[in-house]
Design a protein around this ligand. Sequence first.
Ligand code: AHR
Length: 490
Amino acid sequence: MSTLTIHAADPIARIRPELHGHFLEHLGAATYGGIWVGKNSPIANIGGLRATAIDYLRPLKIPVLRWPGGCYADNYHWRDGVGLPRERPRRVNLWWDGTVDENSFGTHEFMDLCKLLGARPYLAGNVGSGSPAELRDWVEYCNFPFGSTLADERLAHGAPGPFGVRYWGIGNESWGCGGHLNPEEYCALYSRFATYVPAHGGTAPFCVAVGPESNDLAWTRRFFDAFRTTRRYQAPLHGYAMHHYFWGKSKPTEYSRETLALQLDQCAALEQGIIEQRTLLDSYATDPKIGRVQLLLDEWGTWDVSDEATEHRYGKFWQQNTMRDALAAALTLNLFHRQADKLFMCNIAQLVNVLQAMLLTHEEQCVRTPTYFAFLLALKHRGNMSVRTELSSSVPLSCSASVGSKEVVITVVNPDPDRGTEVLCRPDGVTISGASGQILHHKDWNAWNSFDEPGTVVPAPLPITLSGSSLGFQLPPLSMATIVGQRKHS
Ligand code: AHR
């Protein structure tokens, strides 16, 4: 028996929907052939966007979508992707195998996608091979209402109103594919580029600096020291984004007990990294500007040993997605909820066909992955107040709980491959009058949803007993459960 106490009157912070954000890159079959099939495709589409993918993604209520990279962002010139598609240049995708990008998916097509999904756009600017002028013009093209040549060009291309893009990334992984810079060099470039990202038409930009790979405290310290002690301090700076991947030691469907544990254990390292990065940012709290800088994690997810035959067939980093991925997602979403006071936005890598994807496609086929369903279950927490919990269990469970005006939402994850447990949830400070729940579970951590059998790892109703205000349910090995309890107001 495991007992979980929900301290409903002990708040952490509101769970921003943006903690459940996503990321799409021009890489493998993520964009071309994945979400974008083109207007003349025999595959059902909405203005070139794969119709089934849109149907599947809508229920996820994607809050924010980052694009066009990743590494690709520092090789992308936005002008290549606007105007008549037949006149757009074909460019070599330097980072991802030198494939040729025909640029039929550009700014307008991305904005169409965001509109269909109800997602806010987050654009990553090109620092590595671009210029401040190029970024300045992209901001103007997107956000200036009308009357400038660039705004009028946007209008001529079919978008009379501004896109109102708030989130602007200033480069990507500048310590690596974004230019192999050291923190001081990047800081100088950051300030130069961010200076030319102005407010237009009522949209105040939110500029995001490149943060560390995982918990590289030296990068953060050196970046902020360089920023705060020089004239660079004058540049706008609102967000700071770290990246963290859960490196696997097996191919996606070949995990052993040992490699499963090795990968899932990295979730704890991420939580520790978030705490330490935020603590370091807070150590500058007396500084009126840096003290307010928000922490993002704008790339995260599982990264398994690649399977050459699979990648050759389906595209680079096309990674089969299993019950193990659902557990990794559930553990991570739980930790985001627990650390809701430290995080501003998180974006899983990536939306379709690359790394830990929501959807996998091949030709006309499209399937929802176990990770998709983990996100679907966790959605119930969004907008609620995350509250503290106390767990007593011999099984290494993970949990998060949140309180809304009408409900209490609890997610419990059991990553243990062998031991199940009965869970008794005791809400403290709130009374529950009824509850329903869903469970995502498969006894095989290597189980996946194939095109032929898309229902292998899908949620099922969770039987719950309610005794007084306490909730009881069974949690088998390898499972995630989300329970929504109705609040009784006295
Ligand atoms: O998500 C795939 C790649 O991983 C991104 O392009 C890059 O930013 C990271 O290294």
